[in-house]
Design a protein around this ligand. Structure first.
Ligand code: IPE
Ligand code: IPE
Ligand code: MG
Length: 245
C-alpha cells in the first residue's frame, strides 16, 4: 500500500478532524474519556506516518471553541490528558524530527497546559522535519474575526488602506500565516461536516472521510487517504482539458 504512493504527488499539508472517540468508547460500554485516552496511539501513528513520507505540515483538530460547551468533567479530562500527552510524547517528536506548533486561542487553556505546550514548542523548535500543528480552542470563525480585527486596527492607524486587503494579506493575518493551505483534509468517524475547522484554508482542499473512528486510525488509513488523494483531479475551477499533465 505505502509502496503505491507516488512520492512526487504528496500534499504539503494534511489537516485532520480527529472524530469518534466518544462513539468508540460507547461501543465497548466505556465512558467517553476512555475513547480520548485511546486516541493517543492514532495521533502517534498519523504523526509518524506523515514524518516518514516527508509531509511538511500536519494540523490536528484537538479541541474546538465549541468543545468548551461539553460537560465540565469531560473538558477537564481532555485538558489533563493534553498535559500528560505533551510531556510523554516529546521523545517521539524528537525521534521523528518533528517541530510542534499550535493554532487557536491557547490563552484560554489552563495554565499548566500552556506551560507544557510552551516547553514542548521550545524543545522541538530546532527540528526540521514535519511541523505538527495542534488546533486547540480553535475555530475558523474565531480566527477570521481575529484577522478582521487586526486589519481594521491597521486601517484605523493609517498603516494600510482598505484596498490593500487582498487574499494574500488576509491569509497572512490568520493563525496559519506562512503555512500553505491543506491540500487534503481527513475527518474520521464518517461525519460529513467541517465543524468550524480551517474555514478559509479548506477552500480547495480534497476531503476524505473514512468510516473509521479516530482511536482505530492507523498508518494504513493515512496511506489509503493519500492514495485516494492521488486519484483526484484538482481543477481549481478550470476544465479537465486545461490541465497540463
Ligand atoms: C473527538 O471525538 C475528540 C474531540 C472532539 C475532543 P468526540 O469526543 O467528538 O467523539 P464522538 O464524536 O462523540 O464519537
Ligand atoms: C470537531 O469534532 C472538533 C474536534 C475534533 C476537536 P466534534 O465532535 O466536536 O464536532 P461536532 O460538534 O460533532 O460537529
Ligand atoms: Mg465528535
Amino acid at each position: 500500500m505505502k509502496e503505491d504512493i507516488e512520492p512526487g504527488n504528496l500534499p504539503q499539508h494534511i489537516a485532520v478532524i480527529m472524530d469518534g472517540n466518544g462513539r468508540w468508547a460507547k461501543r465497548q460500554g466505556a465512558a467517553r474519556v476512555f475513547g480520548h485516552r485511546n486516541a493517543i496511539k492514532a495521533v502517534r501513528e498519523v504523526t509518524e506516518g506523515c514524518a516518514e513520507l516527508g509531509i511538511k505540515y500536519l494540523t490536528l483538530y484537538a479541541f474546538s471553541t465549541e468543545n468548551w460547551n461539553r460537560p465540565k468533567f469531560e473538558v477537564d479530562a481532555l485538558m489533563t490528558l493534553l498535559v500528560h500527552t505533551i510531556r510523554d510524547e516529546i521523545k517521539t517528536l524528537m525521534d521523528n524530527n518533528v517541530r510542534l506548533a499550535t493554532i487557536g486561542n491557547t490563552e484560554s487553556l489552563p495554565k499548566d497546559c500552556q506551560r507544557e505546550l510552551a516547553e514542548a514548542i521550545r524543545e522541538t523548535s530546532h527540528n526540521t522535519g514535519l511541523t505538527l500543528i495542534l488546533a486547540l480552542s480553535y475555530s475558523g470563525r474565531w480566527e477570521i474575526l481575529e484577522a478582521a480585527r487586526q486589519l481594521a486596527a491597521q486601517v484605523r492607524d493609517g498603516h494600510i488602506t482598505p484596498d490593500d486587503i487582498d487574499e494574500m494579506l488576509f491569509s497572512q493575518h490568520l493563525t496559519t500565516g506562512g503555512i500553505p493551505d491543506p491540500e487534503l483534509m481527513i475527518r474520521t468517524s464518517g461525519e460529513m461536516r467541517i465543524s468550524n475547522f480551517l474555514l478559509w484554508q479548506l477552500a480547495y482542499s480534497e476531503l476524505y472521510m473514512p468510516d473509521v473512528l479516530w482511536p482505530d486510525f492507523r498508518k494504513k488509513h493515512l496511506h489509503e487517504a493519500l492514495l485516494s488523494y492521488q486519484q483526484r483531479e484538482r481543477r481549481f475551477g478550470k476544465t479537465s482539458e486545461q490541465l497540463v499533465k
